[in-house]
Design a protein around this ligand. Structure first.
Ligand SMILES: [Zn+2]
Length: 281
């Protein structure tokens, strides 16, 4: 551990790591803790909230890419769980933002989902919705819907194995599953990568995703449930490197930071989402 910590410090000194959105890190204790007894996945208490609902997980060595990488957990909140009026992010004028400029996928890796869920969504539906969600983002790397996209997140597979989202260090698996998160959190996407230093050397190396079993999930936009297609399309935007938007003028973007029951308008990408993907890739 000492060695990694020392290396991490060296990495920060050498790279001049920039926090997300180029905001200085704000030293606030993570407030995404368990709110009741049955929460099984929480953001580590030492994680620092560096932007609204974005928690730094620190630095770790990624053996697969032989590099020091940083991790972030991006929490998707239900409407009504805003922390005052301080929520701001990129996109006031452009309606898209990056986790960090240049931090994108440069290699294609497979992903795996354990589709088991208590809402009765079929395993085929969960798998195919994630696949079609990824395809929506990949399709617009050229800025055109139904144009010539590029492979960004690779092929998926299902598993019945217990998956674990990696909040301490990456494990070279891109994992998706359902689990109990705190009330108000719809889902969380964790990304590992290089977000500081020279832009050309930045990249993403891992993504994991958890959908909160505290909520009921729907395949058809039912009014009292979270629409899986709607939420997954948003979360997958983080997997490819896009940031949340909190400007009221970006309400219609898939990457808008809040969602609610029965919402389906984020199933399709909006003009800012498309422009952002085109710009990043
Ligand atoms: Zn989000």
């Amino acid at each position: 551990m000492k060695k990694i910590t020392f290396l991490a410090l060296l990495g920060i000194l050498a790279l001049g790591v920039e926090p997300l959105y180029a905001l200085p890190p704000v030293k606030v204790a993570a407030t995404v803790g368990p709110s009741h007894g049955n929460v099984s996945v929480t953001i580590p208490p030492k994680a620092v909230e560096v932007a609204p609902n974005v928690f730094s997980l620190g630095t770790a060595f990624d053996s697969a890419s032989d590099a020091l990488v940083e991790g972030y957990a991006i929490v998707h909140k239900k409407k009504g769980f805003a922390k005052g009026n301080s929520a701001r992010g990129p996109g006031a004028t452009s309606c898209y933002g990056f986790l960090a400029k240049g931090s994108k996928w440069k290699t294609v890796e497979p992903w795996v989902v354990n589709p088991a869920n208590p809402s009765g969504l079929s395993h085929d539906f969960v798998f195919s919705t994630l696949g079609s969600g990824i395809a929506k983002w990949e399709d617009v790397t050229d800025g055109v819907v139904n144009g010539s996209g590029q492979n960004v997140l690779g092929n998926g597979a299902t598993t019945s194995a217990v998956l674990v989202a990696d909040m301490a260090s990456p494990d070279n698996l891109n994992e998706v599953y359902f689990d109990a998160l705190e009330d108000g959190t719809i889902g969380v996407t964790i990304v590992w990568g290089i977000f500081g230093g020279p832009v050309r050397e930045r990249k993403l190396v891992e993504w994991d995703q958890i959908y909160n079993t505290l909520y009921q999930w729907s395949a058809t936009g039912e009014v009292d449930k979270m629409d899986f297609n709607n939420i997954a399309t948003h979360e997958l935007g983080h997997s490819v490197g896009l940031a949340d938007l909190y400007s009221g003028s970006c309400l219609n973007e898939t990457m808008y930071g809040y969602a609610d029951y029965g919402e389906v308008n984020k199933r399709d990408l909006n003009s800012g989402d498309i422009a952002g993907m085109n710009s990043l890739y």
